[in-house]
Each structure stands twice: as structure tokens, then as C-alpha cells.
Ligand binder design. Structure first.
Ligand SMILES: NC(=O)C1=CN([C@@H]2O[C@H](COP(=O)(O)OP(=O)(O)OC[C@H]3O[C@@H](n4cnc5c(N)ncnc54)[C@H](O)[C@@H]3O)[C@@H](O)[C@H]2O)C=CC1
Ligand SMILES: O=C(CO)COP(=O)(O)O
Length: 341
């Protein structure tokens, strides 16, 4: 990448806009690709995102664009901030334009049928691309409003990690590098499920003891699962593991937490998702596939099983709490074995 070359951000939602602004703040030109021409035009004219991050000014260095082919041709570093349900379909027609490019996924989801993470899909779609992920406790609004924030870029391509650090690292945004691409990415996807549970607990007026128990046992079961899948357990003690788990399980700015909260208020799943007004909450789809993957791999994930039972198997919250709390006494701390909550 030369100093003059623009950097692409694909997806003009909350996170894409926040990342594009960070790049612009650091003196780069960010080509923010959006599929909706009207919204791109509004952003160009009014320097704001018409749908997401209300009140945030979009900096002059951010260029909203709608021509994906041209954007890919012009940029060698490309951040992907599309929902997981859209990523493969959106990029597959442009596969030939991705060869040799550095693709960094910021998407925190899992593909339904394949159980592939987004960087694995990028690798499939563009086998000759350089691939990395960006993940961590990074609520888009707080990033955009300059809350002091840290994140992780992960790839076995060290040069890619350094490039991402160079362009994103700034006054309020610190970027750490990791080689555990799989663990960093999996952490970002798994924590969304627990944020839904935490939102439910908050709506039901459960206290801080409960929240702490939830977060801690969530960390145990997501680590257990990730290690079984081949991730480094230490990653889960870092920003992309427990860091992201804490922020999404404690903040009402998290859309997954909001879905859980709405469920706790008594809304149905479809009503809870609808209340987000089209914003992405990845945790619902992740829950569907995770439950079956955990069973297939025989990984003990009682919180995942419990939430699945409530949302998709007609169990009540009371029944699930009874099962979770009244089970036979277990040992604490043993994260990796099947003991525990
Ligand atoms: N919002 C946040 O705080 C963070 C979000 N993420 C992740 O980033 C990803 C995107 O999230 P957000 O930006 O928050 O979502 P969002 O719901 O705010 O925006 C999604 C954007 O993708 C666009 N989009 C949807 N389907 C598309 C398609 N088929 N083709 C082209 N564009 C399409 C939408 O028009 C919208 O502009 C998610 O996986 C999320 O987990 C990661 C870190 C923080
Ligand atoms: O991933 C996030 C913060 O790190 C954002 O979480 P939500 O997608 O739940 O808003």
C-alpha cells in the first residue's frame, strides 16, 4: 500500500462507518462502499450516516462509494464490515478482483451451513488474498465517539498485522497484533450469544452477582468450545475473548444485549429483532448453529443449550434456570474439562 492509496471499508453500517472515520482521522482516504446509492449520496452531502450512528460526523476523508468493482481495484487494503449473512454473496462475484489484496474481516458471525468464520470464507472466495481479522471490545458508537479503545488484529501474515496497526492505531484507538486468527475471530462470534443472555437477565432485574456468574461461566464454556475447535485458550483471556465478552454482556449499546433485553421484557424473538430497526445482531444465528456444533463435538455448553431451549424449543426461562442451578455440584475454575456450570 502506498501513502496515497485509499483504503476500502465494505459496509456502511455502524462499524464500517466507525472504522472509516478512524482511517480518515489518521490522514487516509477511506472509500466506504455502501450498496444503497441514496444513503451514500446523503452521506456525501450531509457528512452523516443517514441510518446508523446518529449524531456522528463523517469526516471529509471518508468517501462514500457504490461501485464495488472500482473500489476493489483502487485499494489493496480492504476492511470488511458486512453482516455475516451477506459477506459471501456480496464478494463472490468480485473474487477475481480480490487476488493479492489484504482483506481484514471485522464481522463477528458464523456461516450457517458450513460453520465457517468470515476470514475462512474470504480465503475460500479469494484463495490468493492475504487475510486477517479485527476483533475486540469495540462498540461502534464508542469507537466513533473516541472512547479509549483497544482491539486485536490477527493473522499469520505479520506484515498485514503491521499494516493494519499503522493505519488504525491512533490517539484513542490502540491495535494489538495476534497470530491466533481463528481464536480471535471465534471469540468475537461466540460472545454475542452470551450478550443475549445477559440482556435477558438485566431485563428481569437480576443482580450483579448473576451477571458476574454469567460472564464467568460464559467464558468457561466458550473457551472450552474454542479449544476443542483448535484455538489458543490464552486468546480468551485477552481483548478478543473476555474483553469483548465483558463489553457486550454489560452494555445496553450492544445490539445483542438489546435483543436479550427485549426478550426479557416478554417480546417474542421476531419482535425483539424487529425492535433493532434493521441493525445487525449476529448472536441469534450464531446460537442456532453453535448448539448443534457443540453437540456434534460433545462440548458441554449449558448456557448455549439453555438459551436455545428457550428460544427454539419452547422451554420457559424458569425451567432452564432450574436445570442450570439445581444440577449436581461441580468444581470451579476447570475451564477446559467438561466440569463446571
Ligand atoms: N456495531 C458494532 O459495535 C460492531 C459490529 N461488529 C460487527 O460488524 C458487522 C457489521 O455490523 P454493523 O456495522 O454494526 O451492522 P449494521 O447493521 O450497523 O450495518 C450493516 C451494514 O451492512 C449493509 N448490508 C447488509 N446486507 C448487505 C449486502 N447484502 N450487501 C451490502 N451491504 C449489506 C447494511 O446496509 C448496513 O449498511 C457485524 O458482524 C458485527 O458483529 C464488530 C465490532 C463492533
Ligand atoms: O461486537 C461488538 C462490540 O465489540 C458489538 O456488539 P453488538 O453487535 O452486540 O452491538
Amino acid at each position: 500500500m502506498t501513502d496515497q492509496q485509499p483504503i476500502a471499508v465494505l459496509g456502511g453500517g455502524s462499524f464500517g462507518t466507525a472504522i472509516a472515520n478512524l482511517l480518515a482521522e489518521n490522514g487516509h482516504t477511506a472509500r466506504l462502499w455502501m450498496r444503497n446509492a441514496e444513503q451514500a449520496e446523503t452521506m456525501r452531502r450531509e457528512r452523516r450516516n443517514p441510518r446508523y450512528l446518529k449524531g456522528v460526523t463523517v469526516l471529509p476523508g471518508v468517501q462514500p462509494v457504490t461501485d464495488l468493482e472500482q473500489t476493489l481495484a483502487d485499494c489493496s487494503l480492504i476492511f470488511v464490515a458486512l453482516p455475516s449473512s451477506a459477506l459471501r454473496q456480496a464478494l463472490r462475484p468480485y473474487a477475481e478482483h480480490l487476488a493479492g489484496k489484504a482483506l481484514v474481516s471485522t464481522t463477528k458471525g458464523i456461516e450457517a451451513d458450513s460453520f465457517l468464520l468470515m476470514s475462512q470464507i474470504l480465503q475460500q472466495v479469494a484463495p490468493d488474498a492475504r487475510v486477517g481479522v479485527l476483533s475486540g471490545p469495540n462498540l461502534a458508537r464508542e469507537v466513533a465517539e473516541h472512547a479509549l479503545t483497544a482491539t486485536v488484529v490477527a493473522s499469520d501474515d505479520e506484515a498485514l498485522c503491521r499494516e493494519v496497526q499503522a493505519v488504525l492505531h491512533g490517539r484513542t484507538f490502540r491495535v494489538y497484533a495476534s497470530r491466533d486468527r481463528f481464536g480471535v475471530e471465534l471469540g468475537g462470534a461466540l460472545k454475542n450469544v452470551y450478550a443475549i443472555i445477559a440482556g435477558m437477565a438485566a431485563a428481569l432485574g437480576m443482580g450483579e452477582n448473576t451477571r458476574s456468574m454469567l460472564i464467568t461461566r460464559a467464558l468457561a464454556e466458550m473457551t472450552r468450545f474454542a479449544v476443542r475447535m483448535g484455538a489458543n485458550p490464552m486468546t480468551f483471556l485477552g481483548l478478543a475473548g473476555v474483553g469483548d465478552l465483558i463489553v457486550t454482556c454489560t452494555s445496553s449499546k450492544s445490539r445483542n444485549f438489546q435483543v436479550g433485553h427485549a426478550l426479557g421484557e416478554g417480546l417474542s424473538l421476531s419482535e425483539a429483532v424487529e425492535r433493532l430497526g434493521g441493525e445487525t445482531a449476529e448472536g441469534v444465528n450464531t446460537l442456532r448453529v453453535l448448539k448443534y456444533k457443540a453437540e456434534e463435538l460433545q462440548v458441554y455448553m449449558p448456557l448455549v443449550a439453555g438459551l436455545h431451549a428457550i428460544l427454539f424449543e419452547g422451554r420457559t426461562l424458569e425451567q432452564v434456570i432450574e436445570i442450570l442451578m439445581r444440577g449436581e455440584p461441580k468444581t470451579d475454575v476447570d475451564f477446559i474439562s467438561t466440569d463446571g456450570f
